[in-house]
Design a protein around this ligand. Structure first.
Ligand code: PLP
Length: 490
């Protein structure tokens, strides 16, 4: 009986999801949710029901109470954060994978779960031009899907720490230092908090486009070496969150030749997907990644069309991970695992059970093909270019950093020198401007601070975004900028 009920409810769910996407495409509702904090509690019972309820009732309440509380990340006018990926292929893959609720922690837990993941990640590595050393089929390197880029960094740091302390058993943990930059995602600090280690955020300069330079790294390493500190891993970023900056891996490569104990993790959570387009490979240091990265991560759930979440981590040597994370209690032993002929993914990350995410990745890679990914990335970049053209022709707005892929960072900054304002006033004016934009429900943009300047990010990602949405967003921004300047003057 329950299967019959599910069949009916399932068809209805697909219908409702399709309706949602038709309406989203036509911007029938605003991108920002209209609800206020705490809206949901008064609408729902204060405890779970004693007796089970039927599918239909739950599905109707979902439409009524839950959908209105969504921020519509797939809306064509979503320009905030880094948008998350979505495709119908990915959705179908997720549906199939959750239909078997599979914890896939080792090969025997479901052979296809491990094998599909190891195959599709090799496909992905090849489509990005990663070195064959990173392929699962190499038998030495390999990759597995972590929960998020933050988990990837944490796991990379754990592996680096383990390698370092095995090599230098007398090293004191309090002397170990994780190198980041002032533009590294907060994942560096978060990992350090979790592991009780310290970080050093290296300075990056506006005139260097917020990119870490080799000299800065070398000076820090020399200073720390003199102080007895032990920098053991550098988290380099290809495509920072605030401005899409890229650390200068060519210069970093020259420095790390003299510091072989320093491991390199490259966080390309957002920009990594652009490597599918050959024209971005030099700019984003693919060769250097292939030469010096001990680990590399990117998020298919950002510019990769895969529904949240799919965050692969590639390593040059899988022992890097398994030496740090291998646990083998009797209850997890299997003949295949003991024989050492299979990948046991539980030893490549922190949790034991893992989501069966390779199915959706497989669906999306097949559904789009390499060409589909290239077309999508190029379209996002061309939409961002259109936005930048608008900004360039505006007498109110200016870019704060060079645009990067689908991201542009801007603020109100009068172009006439006689209208120039001190930095603190500009920041206050832009905070006021951003407050006005945030109050508008039909576009969503997010804020950041670059080198002390408060600014606003315009980040394109939805496959539904068209030129008209960019134009409309720019119109709203110009309107709000004028009003912000007027009220600022009063
Ligand atoms: N790294 C960069 C450069 C990011 O921009 C982000 C998120 O936007 C992250 C890491 C964190 O990603 P996740 O949510 O997968 O941990």
């Amino acid at each position: 009986k329950v299967i019959t009920q599910f069949r009916k409810a399932g068809y209805q769910a697909i219908d409702r999801i399709c309706d949602y996407y038709y309406e989203l495409q036509q911007s029938k509702f605003p991108v920002v949710s209209q609800v206020e904090p705490g809206y949901l509690r008064p609408l729902l019972p204060s405890a779970a029901p004693d007796a089970g309820e039927d599918f239909q009732q739950i599905a109707d309440d979902y439409q009524k109470y839950i959908v209105p509380g969504y921020t519509h990340w797939q809306h064509p006018s979503f320009f905030g954060y880094f948008p998350t990926g979505f495709s119908f292929e990915g959705l179908l893959g997720d549906l199939y994978s959750s239909s078997v609720s599979n914890p896939g922690f080792n090969w025997a837990a479901s052979p296809s779960c491990t094998e599909l993941e190891s195959i599709v990640l090799d496909w992905a590595a090849q489509m990005f031009g990663l070195s064959p050393a990173f392929l699962n089929s190499s038998g030495t390197g390999g990759s597995c899907i972590q929960n998020t880029a933050s988990d990837s960094a944490l796991v990379a740091i754990i592996a680096a720490r383990s390698t370092y302390t095995a090599q230098f058993p007398d090293a004191k943990l309090e002397d170990l230092v994780i190198y980041t930059t002032t533009q590294t995602h907060s994942l560096g600090v978060k990992s350090a908090m979790v592991l009780g280690l310290s970080t050093r955020a290296l300075e990056v300069k506006r005139e260097d486009k917020f990119s870490l330079r080799g000299d800065t790294l070398r000076t820090a390493l020399e200073e720390d070496r003199k102080k007895g500190k032990k920098p053991f891993i550098l988290i380099a970023t290809v495509g920072t969150t605030s401005s899409g900056a890229v650390d200068n891996l060519a210069e970093i490569k020259e420095v790390v030749l003299d510091y072989p104990e320093l491991k390199i993790h490259v966080d390309a959570a957002w920009a990594g997907l652009s490597l599918v387009c050959p024209e971005y490979r030099d700019k984003f240091y693919l060769n250097e990644i292939n030469e010096i990265a001990d680990s590399y991560s990117t998020n298919f759930h950002k510019m990769g069309l895969v529904n949240f979440d799919t965050s692969p981590l590639w390593v040059r040597n899988r022992k890097y991970l398994t030496d740090a994370l291998d646990v083998n209690p009797p209850f997890l032993r299997t003949a295949a695992g003991d024989a050492g002929t299979t990948i046991e993914y539980r030893n490549w990350h922190i949790g034991l059970g893992r989501r069966y995410r390779s199915v959706k990745l497989w669906f999306v890679l097949r559904g789009y093909g390499v060409e589909g990914f290239q077309k999508y990335i190029r379209k996002l970049v061309s939409l961002r270019e259109r936005f930048v053209e608008h900004v360039s022709s505006s007498d109110l707005l200016q870019l704060v950093a060079p645009p990067s892929l689908a991201l542009a960072v801007f603020r109100i900054e009068p172009k006439q020198p006689n209208e120039a304002l001190p930095e603190e006033s500009l920041n206050n004016l832009n905070r006021l401007f951003y407050g006005r934009i945030s109050a508008r429900k039909e576009v969503l943009l997010t804020q950041t601070v670059l080198d002390g300047s408060f600014c606003i990010r315009f980040s394109v990602g939805s496959p539904r975004t068209q030129e008209e949405h960019v134009d409309k967003a720019f119109e709203i921004l110009t309107h709000e900028a004028r009003l912000a300047i007027e009220s600022w003057k009063q």
